[in-house]
Design a protein around this ligand. Structure first.
Ligand code: ARG
Length: 463
């Protein structure tokens, strides 16, 4: 019999029963649901709303259910609709009528709002830890590649020289922002909604703050209507994950390009690539491609929840049950992508020679050539024009700036001298960029130190 059967004359149609039920996916919040119920029952006892002895019996009963669920000996049922009613039903089956007192001063609406928050808080800590590990891999890769010169691109055209370490630090900063975005999101969701009841709070003298304290929340929610209607925190979490995946997808794309034979800047470890069933020569970057692809489903989840919540009147609407699958799918996806991506990166071989060759072949030092003239006194716009003409000349003659004769330089501007060759060397072009944030050995070392101290300063718990 349904917990809410009293008002009904007929049983629920089987189709509706299955359609309505969320136990197939919300069962994974059993720990949070039980923790919430234990805190609620203990508070009811303390406040004298139920008998303290009965509160103890409820807590003990819930504890035993938790142990049995963990041991895999409990079967949930779609007839009990969701995790909340499944646990409550189990409790009453086990401890008898006392179990029926648990739902005093509570609704599934505030219960589910609590469970999702608790669940997300826990998973944010996991994702955060994985991000920090990825950042540690980036630090390691950067440390040994401070002089691995490579082309930097704009429009995917060789633009200016940089280093592999500089590149790694670019991504490290994106992931640093992802960590802080998750922290921001966590700080805002750290509010305890129990006590909101169905929507209008309760007449019982409950103590919301003590429940918040027991469950480790920073504060209680401020308005009961909002407390049960709000899913902003879930949308924010999905946004933070979408941005994180966007970063991973960009990185994946670069790795896919870099390990192509057109680039050959890196080589993936055999354990992190796959072969083709027909082409014997193939070594494919499947991991990076899958991460890139899975970004799509995370964006999809964000759009799903935004769309589910759009125009919903206050307070709870059953539509909101649709929040869980996109959330859980995102958690599973991100938690699967981060470690495999980090391991792939950690085991990848960098090919500095190949990269340096690509950085030397074209006109990657053209800006440096103009800067050389500026140092000799020419205004930048004029220098830009002189070098532009030289580049044009080189392209027509099949040359590069480094291979021009000094006389050819001097024909373009009398400011050119023999030291121009030094100024155009790849090493000088990179090492001259000492500006904070730049690619020189020195500048990148500060960036590495900054990221390392960020990692060290982050407590593993995410709090
Ligand atoms: N399974 C429901 C959900 O996930 C729990 C809340 C149900 N509340 C209700 N009034 N039907 O949203």
């Amino acid at each position: 019999m349904k917990l809410w059967a009293g008002r009904f004359e007929k049983d629920t149609d089987t189709l509706v029963n299955d359609f309505n039920s969320s136990i197939g996916f919300d069962a994974r919040m059993y720990r949070e649901d039980i923790a919430g119920s234990m805190a609620h029952a203990a508070m009811l006892g303390r406040q004298g709303i139920i008998d303290p002895g009965e509160a103890e019996a409820i807590v003990a009963g819930l504890q035993a259910i938790l142990a049995d669920v963990e041991a895999g000996t409990v079967a949930f049922s779609a007839d009990n609709e969701d995790i909340h009613m499944n646990i409550e039903t189990l409790l009453t089956q086990r401890i008898g009528d006392t179990g029926k007192r648990l739902h005093t001063a509570r609704s599934r609406n505030d219960q589910v709002a609590l469970d999702i928050r608790l669940y997300l808080k826990k998973e944010i800590a996991v994702i955060r830890g994985q991000l920090l590990e990825l950042m540690q891999v980036l630090v390691r890769k950067a440390e040994v590649n401070r002089e691995s010169y490579m082309p930097g691109y704009t429009h995917l055209q060789r633009a200016q020289p940089t280093t592999f370490a500089h590149y790694m630090m670019a991504y490290a900063n994106m992931f640093r922002r992802d960590v802080t975005r998750l922290d921001d999101c966590l700080a805002r969701m750290d509010e305890m909604p129990l006590g909101s009841g169905a929507l209008a709070g309760t007449t019982y003298p409950i103590d919301r703050q003590s429940v918040a304290d027991q469950l480790g929340f920073a504060r209680i929610t401020q308005n009961s209507l909002d407390g049960v209607s709000d899913r902003d925190f879930a949308i924010e979490f999905l946004s933070a994950c979408s941005i994180l995946m966007m970063h991973l997808s960009r990185f994946s794309e670069e790795i896919i390009l870099w390990c192509s034979w057109e680039f050959r800047f890196v080589e993936l470890d055999d354990a992190y690539s796959t072969g083709s069933s027909i082409m014997p020569q193939k070594k494919n970057p499947d991991v990076a491609e899958l991460v890139r692809g899975k970004t799509g489903r995370v964006y999809g989840s964000l759009i799903t929840l935004l769309t589910v919540m759009k125009s919903l009147p206050l307070a709870y609407n059953k539509d909101m049950q649709e929040d869980k699958e996109p959330l859980f799918d995102t958690i599973d996806t991100v938690e699967q992508c981060l470690p495999v991506f980090a391991a792939m990166l950690d085991t990848l071989t960098v090919r500095p020679q190949q990269m340096a060759q690509a950085a030397s072949a074209g006109f990657i030092n053209a800006t440096d050539c103009a800067d050389y003239l500026v140092r000799k006194g020419m205004p930048f716009r004029d220098a830009y024009m002189v070098v532009g003409r030289l580049v044009h000349q080189c392209i027509q003659a099949g040359q590069t700036l480094d291979t021009l004769e000094l006389a050819q330089f001097q024909a373009a501007s009398s400011l050119f001298d023999a030291d121009v060759y030094d100024a155009l060397a790849l090493r000088s072009c990179v090492e001259g960029r000492k500006v904070p944030g730049g690619p020189s050995h020195e500048a990148v070392s500060s960036q590495i130190a900054y990221i390392q101290s960020f990692i060290d300063g982050c407590s593993p718990s995410g709090q």
